[in-house]
Design a protein. Sequence first.
Length: 217
Amino acid sequence: MRLVRMRISQAAARASRYGNAIRMVVASKTQKAQSIRAAYQAGARDFGENYVQEGAAKRSELADLGDIRWHLIGHLQTNKARLAAECFATIQTVDSARIAAAIRRAAGRNDLDVLIEVNIADEASKSGVRPASLASLVEAVRTDVQVTGLMTIPPAGAPDKSRRYFAHLRELRDRTAAQSGLSLSELSMGMSDDFEIAIEEGATMVRIGRAIFGERS
């Protein structure tokens, strides 16, 4: 954990940014509650889960950790919207007006923080809105949820190749914010292999699992 925080600070310094401006979301998919508790005791507060029911079970088991913040970083199905709205402080993977409307109905309010997931390279195998449709989606969902920024997963490959996709997401964010009048302050991009590059390109959240927990067994 200490090494990852040091790398975050160093990457931020290279981009003339402050390390404490980058939120480390610990990707805790498949991790046991005791491992999450250990990461919490080491200073982590934000944890990301890929599956709603798995996250809900861990949230219940770790309910004594009152200031822990849970993020949904996996795809959300509409039939899980109610449970997701109850369990997660931020849903990072909204990619359709239908999902946003389901969250609004489930939450009974329109101030739940969400990020719009962008399929930055138009990959058929991935979820997320296409870049060309981002502005219209933001406009369609802004009354149902509180859109605070964008999230992406770049194509698999060498970490250096991710840089252009991270830069593209930042440019999309800036353009969409100007068009919509929303601040869209959050950019969730970068994982264990490429989070330093993401920070250099403007990430405000990085989602890190393997660099903290090691390889999954």
